[in-house]
Design a protein around this ligand. Structure first.
Ligand SMILES: [Zn+2]
Ligand SMILES: [Zn+2]
Length: 134
């Protein structure tokens, strides 16, 4: 119950931040600003918002991902399959992970193609994660 309240507070904070960003952005919008708009390809996978200069990063397996804020990172860590089209199975080094076959290590969820790969990861998670940090 307690963690539910904390999560709710985070979500609320994220909305408030998102709302205030929208207001300040639209107030400043003019032609010169439009030219320097951030690359539309860089969007937060959680909210879909464009990433501005102010952002936070998190590396998931072999990808450095940009997010609007820590609330988005928390949401991503809990269930990356919601926000990613492909799920990497680390032991295979292939994008054949399945959402249903997963393991959580240090609060981050990872996916596998099958129970065999899941077992390999769980036996030495740090070794696999280190391999993909490079
Ligand atoms: Zn976000
Ligand atoms: Zn596999």
């Amino acid at each position: 119950m307690r963690s539910y309240f904390i999560l709710s507070a985070f979500i609320l904070a994220a909305f408030v931040i998102a709302a205030s960003n929208t207001v300040s952005f639209s107030a400043k919008t003019d032609i010169t600003q439009m030219v320097f708009m951030p690359d539309s390809a860089a969007t937060c996978p959680v909210t879909g918002d464009a990433i501005t200069d102010e952002h936070v990063g998190f590396r998931y397996i072999d990808k450095d991902i940009k997010f609007c804020n820590d609330g988005c990172i928390m949401a991503y860590k809990k269930d990356p399959s919601k926000y990613s089209e492909v799920l990497k199975c680390m032991p295979c080094n292939d994008d054949d992970g399945k959402a249903k076959i997963n393991a959580t290590h240090k609060g981050v969820k990872y996916y596998f193609c099958g129970e065999g790969c899941k077992g390999k990861f769980e036996a030495k998670p740090e070794a696999y994660l280190e391999k993909f940090m490079k």
